[in-house]
Design a protein around this ligand. Structure first.
Ligand code: ADP
Ligand code: ZN
Length: 760
């Protein structure tokens, strides 16, 4: 396409307008023809942002293609209004990826395009890098100018210094240099020797203060070296090669990533390093910046928008060549991409939970395929999908089987809480085993992590007389008691209410608080070990900005003895003096109505265990459960990942679940349960109709049924699943059947989720 821009008369533009809002499915990749006015003929190019008339509005669009002809009658074609960006914001490869996203996730082109645009760019406005006003010298001959200024010595000095500065200056900056008042500078502007101009801000990279490039890289272990040389082969081939880097916790995967990125940089390429949730991994940011310095741009959703935009433009301009960020960074404007790395590739946060509901792993693989780059999926507990891909030879696999310095893997013990109750005669938060271990570690000055995936104080509140559990009337889930706020909270809609004095159902006065949350665990530690310093890390505790990093830093400096937390503390931490991890209740994930619940439980126990024994002392993990015989726990305890995955794959195969089939989840939600149910059944009927027409296809509809959370934020929810042996068969069916379906303004909303990871 390059080199042909200059003569085109027409542009095909992707228009950022909500089209056909009455449709259940958007129309995907739709281009509209516009003519290029004479004034813009040599400036318009593919990937550029433009403003175009659309109906009676002016909307933003992206030029997808230039063309000599149009199918429309020339009189009807309207002109492009203006250019919003000087250069192309999307390369032709990115436009291809964009178009793939609309087909793969059945979303609209506007939704897909937006993923690629700089932060803060919405519907209109400047699409260029942030601009600032600076002064530049206008004169060609300095001596002549000085002569003209005659006896105005201060002005002369200022002009000479501005000339010598060799860069645009601010008014104040120049006055300071010339040791004159700003009004002297103004005189030079008034006389036309200086002129205001707009320059792009060369922004300071995020977090420069902590970046010191003095970290000496360690010598690679034998396994690291061999993984690196596998991957190097892929990089040198300049082809698309996917790798699974399966390395146990503490095996040094990050070091391999850094070496790979180094190689890519020295070949002149760019790299993207993705992490599940960046605010959970301050350590990763520190480490990468310490090694690679300013060439790293951090695309952090918690940063102020301006700063995020600056980082984006540093990549766009090639000033930075490594993007580090959460899932959205997979769309970063990196040129000559050599590698995309997904750290902890099994994490569910890699799936976007609003439209387009893309999976970062799939997008990364596609982007690398289009640009002939290498993908590295790294994990100590790969997703079953990635593991299966590797086992069937579609992904190379490199293994780091040991921890650094051959540190032993922690010993994992399962404690049967049913037996424990019989012995103690009552329920308690800590088993005897866990108590003893905690006591021992605290005496020795080690650190302890206690993990529980339930925030709040009590998980539910129940009437002892009639058994009625207080639920959120908008969400139909039980409400959690929070002791700090002395209130009941709904974890799905955020609603709070005062705890009832009497049962709403029977008037009973005995209200019982059941189930354990992190606040209760924290309180229990404090009362059992009054001398210990205890902190808690969950969404409630870190609501205040910066609090999360603060707790993390305090813990890593050894200022906290016991840290209680939710999955926030399960990820990527590398703190040497943690020698004990307690899993308070391993069964929470097991009971989810989800075909992945065993896999998640296995991941969780393995990952949490991985947080200990990273220093000189070996680690110990105590897992409390009422299902000690469950295979996920048994295999996790013995560290037998291959055995667990083989068994799990066998089961998925028999029950025909992914990775042996593809799923789409269709959620129908609305104010009237009657309507929601009717639509759910109508959708099922349609999808089945198509199945009959295309005989021999493997399409299957499961449901509809009411969703596990059947009421959320006041809306009723039903769902159904479409299951198919092949992805394209399924996508085509859905497009065909739902594509023509129209919904009225008050009809239920339909959400389509391809490859769902959320089943609630
Ligand atoms: P993983 O991501 O696989 O859990 P990390 O990359 O966090 O493991 O590495 C664990 C620890 O080992 C880190 O403190 C890291 O600095 C250190 N490390 C990594 N590679 C080496 C090496 N080759 N020699 C010495 N220490 C290393
Ligand atoms: Zn609620």
């Amino acid at each position: 396409m390059k080199g042909r821009y200059t003569v085109a008369r027409y542009a095909k533009v992707l228009v950022d307008a909500v089209l056909q809002a009455d449709r259940v499915l958007s129309s995907g990749w739709r281009l509209f023809d516009y003519s290029v006015p004479d004034g813009l003929k040599d400036q318009v190019r593919p990937g550029q942002m433009v403003e175009v008339p659309f109906g009676r509005q002016t909307v933003m669009g992206v030029v997808a293609e230039l063309s000599e002809k149009t199918e429309m009658s020339p009189g009807k074609v309207r002109d492009i209004d203006s250019l919003l960006s000087e250069s192309s914001l999307l390369s032709s490869k990115q436009l291809q990826l964009c178009s793939w996203i609309t087909r793969r996730y059945l979303c609209s082109a506007a939704e897909a395009v937006r993923l690629f645009l700089p932060p803060g760019l919405r519907h209109t406005g400047s699409a260029g890098p942030p601009k600032a006003r600076r002064l530049v010298v206008t004169v060609d001959n300095l001596e002549d100018a000085c002569e003209q200024l005659g006896r105005a010595v201060k002005q002369r000095t200022a002009l000479v210094l501005a000339y010598r500065a060799g860069e645009p200056l601010t008014r104040k900056g120049l006055a300071e240099r010339a040791d004159c008042s700003p009004s002297t500078v103004d005189s030079l502007v008034n006389k036309g020797y200086l002129e205001w101009t707009e320059v792009s801000l060369s922004s300071r990279p995020y977090g420069t203060d902590c970046a010191e490039q003095d970290e000496e890289p360690p010598n690679l272990t034998r396994h690291q070296a061999s993984a690196l040389s596998d991957i190097t082969a892929g990089i040198e081939s300049q082809q698309f090669v996917p790798y699974l880097l399966y390395g146990v916790t503490g095996s040094g995967k990050t070091e391999v990533y850094l070496r790979v990125i180094d190689q890519v940089l020295s070949r002149g390429g760019g790299a993207i390093l993705l992490v599940p949730e960046i605010s959970l991994t301050p350590q990763m940011v520190d480490r990468v910046r310490a090694r690679l310095g300013d060439t790293v741009a951090v695309l952090h959703s918690a940063l102020p928008e301006r700063q995020r935009r600056d980082e984006w433009y540093r990549l766009f301009a090639g000033e930075a060549r490594v993007a580090l960020g959460p899932r959205s960074a997979v769309f970063a404007p990196c040129d000559d991409l050599g590698v995309i790395i997904l750290d902890e590739e099994h994490e569910t946060s890699y799936k976007q939970d609003s439209s387009p509901r893309y999976h970062t792993r799939e997008v990364a693989l596609k982007r690398c395929q289009l640009t002939k780059a290498v993908t590295i999926l790294g994990s100590a507990t790969p997703s079953l999908e990635s593991f299966y891909r590797a086992r069937s030879g579609r992904t190379h696999i490199s293994t780091l089987p040991n921890r650094i310095d051959d540190r032993p893997m922690p010993t994992v013990e399962l404690v049967d809480m049913r037996k424990e109750e019989r012995r103690q005669g009552h329920k308690s938060i800590f088993s005897r085993r866990l108590m003893d271990e905690m006591k021992d570690r605290l005496q020795r000055g080690h650190q302890v992590l206690l993990f529980l995936n339930q925030r709040g104080y009590s998980a539910f509140v129940m009437c002892s007389e009639c058994g009625e559990v207080v639920g959120c009337h908008r969400c139909n889930v039980s409400m959690t008691y929070h002791r700090d706020a002395r209130a009941l909270k709904c974890h799905y809609c955020g609603r709070t209410q005062a705890p009832p004095e009497v049962c709403q159902n029977c008037g009973g006065r005995e209200i019982f608080r059941g189930g354990t949350g992190t606040q209760k665990v924290e309180a229990a530690v404090i009362s059992s070990f009054p001398g210990a310093t205890v902190e808690r890390m969950d969404t409630d505790a870190v609501r205040k900005r910066g609090r999360r990093t603060q707790i993390y830093r305090a813990f890593s400096r050894g200022e906290v003895d016991v840290l209680v937390g939710t999955q926030m503390i399960a990820k990527g931490w590398d703190i040497p003096s943690v020698t004990l991890v307690g899993v308070i209740d391993a069964d929470i994930a097991l009971h989810f109505p989800d075909f992945r619940s065993a896999e998640r439980t296995f991941h969780l126990v393995t990952q949490v265990s991985g947080r200990c024994g990273r220093g000189d002392d070996p680690g110990q993990v105590v897992v409390q459960t009422r299902n000690p015989d469950h295979p996920a726990l048994q295999f996790a305890q013995r560290g037998q990942l291959h055995q667990f995955y083989s068994r799990e794959l066998q089961e998925r195969k028999e029950t025909h679940y992914p990775p042996f089939s593809r799923l789409a989840r269709i959620i129908i939600r609305g104010d009237s349960e009657q309507m929601v149910k009717m639509w759910a059944e109508e959708i099922k009927r349609r999808v089945q109709d198509v199945q009959d027409e295309h005989q021999g296809s493997t399409l299957e509809v499961l449901g509809p049924v009411s969703a596990p959370i059947d009421r959320l934020q006041g809306q009723y929810r039903w769902h159904l699943f479409v299951r198919s042996g092949g992805l394209s068969v399924m996508l085509n069916h859905l497009k065909e059947t739902l594509g023509g379906m129209k919904r009225g303004r008050d009809d239920p909303r339909i959400v389509l989720d391809i490859d769902p990871v959320q089943m609630l």
